[in-house]
Each structure stands twice: as C-alpha cells, then as structure tokens.
Design a protein around this ligand. Structure first.
Ligand code: FES
Length: 58
C-alpha cells in the first residue's frame, strides 16, 4: 500500500523509518531523502507514528 503517492513511499517504507528511530513525520521523509509535497499523507504517517509509540509503551 502506498502511503505517500507524491514520494512513492509504501507503508513498509514508513514502518522501516519508524523502526530506524524516526519519531516525527519530518524524520520519516528525511530518512527517505524526500519532503512533503501535497501533504495529504501527513495525517496517515502521524497515525502510524502514534500507533508505533503506543506499541512501544505496551
Ligand atoms: S501524498 Fe505525501 S506529500 Fe503528497
């Protein structure tokens, strides 16, 4: 599944950035050498970050 169409980032790519230590949306983009374009994916990435954080806390 593509999370970011502008930068062709898959859910797996975003999850990989989270595993690598990204804790902010900007770090997910930076980790893949890109930046937000339209911004439509930011909420989805933020939700993935929140879920990863919750999983860590459990
Ligand atoms: S879909 Fe991610 S910046 Fe446009």
């Amino acid at each position: 599944m593509r999370v970011c169409l502008c930068n062709d980032l898959s859910a797996e790519a975003v999850e990989g950035a989270l595993v690598a230590g990204a804790s902010r949306v900007a770090e997910v983009f930076r980790g893949h050498g890109c930046a937000p374009v339209c911004g439509r994916c930011i909420e989805a990435i933020r939700t993935m970050l929140d879920r990863a954080r919750e999983d860590e806390e459990e």
